[in-house]
Ligand binder design. Structure first.
Ligand code: BGC
Length: 488
């Protein structure tokens, strides 16, 4: 997911009130789930809508490219710019989203994002020139980046502690569903011959639902308390954690205090610099393995297999298959991550990514007519490997490696790194294909996957079942769980 994305972030104040954002442990769910108030589900649904829009607005470009090429007479460079312009906006949005959510509140920030999504959707649909198209896509990107920070933050701050982790996952899952919906919508509008305009325009519907829905919801207790509105914060807590209002208010107060005493520079000088290295390294490598060359250029890449191609638009059917496999594999990862742990999924998935990218490069040495179906299967195996490994585990690990007081700041930096690396890869893909050729291009991504395997093996700790305080001790004790266990 930008959390996807960043699919999370905010600044240090944002996240400090979250005792533990990970999925509940075994045995914790059944009884606590029964007590979750309906209001929390509404909040979850609205936040998922934020994720869906994020996925939709990034994925929609894939099926639109063929039509944009004709309308705006694109060459491969202008095509790369048309695809990647949204990412310039996401970097800006992700960098400012946390601050905005602190200043104006999570609720108002999300309403602003919804307005940006809605206005951006309409303006993009009516863009009469490439320049305007690029400008409106940057605008939409700002909304995506800011929502990728504020929607998971909003959802997790309005959830009882036992399900906060699931809220973050829900957002990521929604991103992959949004990508799939975009592929299906692209296919339908291409099929009925309506072209690219309505593909971008229909995003106005979920955007309007998000904006109207948010209007009726409250802001989070954490934000209200940070602005001194303790009574209002207590009232909201009564709706999400009835009977635990005072306890929760106590932990919010403590978190605000801790936050005041922590320094941003700790992320660069003390033992926590290792946490930052892990989060930023995973963020960048997650993109350097080329996932979005497949997600944004899905019809082109699957079209190389020759399967389901028609009318010069690549394979919109191939793209839909990619979308379905992505959603299903992400669901599998959500099921597995708290059972087998983060490291096995990350290692296993990234080895799969490395092997499938190498195989993709080799298959491109042959005539597509001879290897078409094999190529498609290998690309799908690549998607499975990414979606069970680097895809969701990056977002989770990048969240868990920081202590509460510095999590917002740390994950904001890693999110901006993720979007920036995404931009670099997306804006160079077609140029690489044209200048270096397909085999070498995919081998370059395979080489980054090999680096990622070594990075994960040597630097990424297993955080499954570890309380956040122990993870901080891990960094402070020379990155050794044994020393942490001896002291504990
Ligand atoms: C990545 C996105 C990507 C998505 C695909 C996420 O984890 O951060 O860049 O588009 O996975 O499902």
């Amino acid at each position: 997911m930008a959390t996807r994305p960043n699919q999370r972030g905010g600044n240090a104040v944002d996240r400090a009130a979250q005792p533990d954002v990970r999925p509940p442990r075994a045995g914790q769910t059944a009884t606590q789930q029964a007590k979750i108030p309906g209001y929390v589900y509404v909040v979850g649904a609205i936040a998922a809508l934020g994720g869906l829009l994020f996925g939709y607005d990034t994925g929609v470009i894939s099926g639109a490219q063929g039509f944009l090429k004709t309308s705006f007479h694109l060459n491969s460079t202008t095509q790369e710019i048309a695809v990647s312009s949204v990412l310039i906006g996401t970097i800006i949005g992700a960098a400012c989203g946390g601050k905005l959510a602190d200043w104006l509140g999570r609720k108002l920030t999300l309403i602003i994002c919804a307005i940006i999504f809605a206005v951006g959707a309409i303006l993009t649909a009516f863009a009469g020139s490439l320049e305007l198209f690029i400008a409106w896509r940057i605008l939409v990107g700002i909304g995506i980046g800011a929502a990728s920070v504020s929607a998971p933050l909003y959802a997790s701050e309005l959830s009882p502690p036992s399900i906060r982790g699931r809220m973050v996952f829900l957002f990521q899952f929604a991103v992959t569903v949004g990508i799939l919906v975009a592929y299906v919508v692209d296919y339908v509008f291409a099929k009925v011959g309506l072209g690219w305009q309505p593909m971008f325009g229909v995003a106005v519907i979920p955007a309007a639902i998000l904006g109207i829905g948010m209007f009726f919801l409250s802001d989070t207790p954490r934000w209200l308390a940070s602005k001194g509105k303790w009574d209002e914060a207590k009232k909201v807590l009564g709706r999400i954690a009835p009977g635990q209002e005072d306890q929760e208010l106590g932990s919010i107060r403590k978190a605000i205090e801790e936050e005041r005493h922590s320094k941003f520079s700790e992320l660069f000088t003390g033992p926590l610099r290792w946490a930052l290295l892990v989060a930023v390294g995973l963020a960048v490598l997650q993109q350097l393995v080329g996932i979005n060359t497949i997600i944004y250029y899905a019809p082109i890449v699957t079209g190389y297999s020759g399967i389901g191609t028609s009318g010069g638009n690549g394979s919109l059917i191939g793209a839909m298959i990619v979308g379905i496999v992505n959603v299903l594999s992400t669901a599998l990862a959500i099921f597995l991550v708290d059972r087998v742990g983060r490291r096995p999924l990350l290692m296993f998935g990234t080895i799969g990514v490395c092997l499938t990218l190498t195989a993709t490069g080799i298959l491109f040495l042959f005539n597509p007519k001879q290897v078409g179906i094999v190529l498609l299967i290998v690309i799908l195996l690549y998607i499975v490997s990414f979606a069970i490994g680097l895809g969701p585990t990056y977002w989770l690990i990048a969240d868990e490696v920081f202590p509460n007081r510095l999590r917002g700041a740390g994950s904001s930096i890693s999110t901006v790194g993720n979007w920036t690396a995404n931009l670099v890869i997306s804006i160079t893909f077609l140029t690489f294909i044209n200048t270096l050729g397909k085999p070498v291009t995919f081998w370059i991504y395979a080489a980054f996957a090999a680096v990622e395997i070594a990075f994960a093996w040597f630097l990424v700790p297993e955080t499954k079942n570890k309380p956040l305080e122990e993870i901080e001790d891990y960094w402070a004790n020379g990155r050794s769980w044994e020393k942490v266990d001896q002291k504990g």
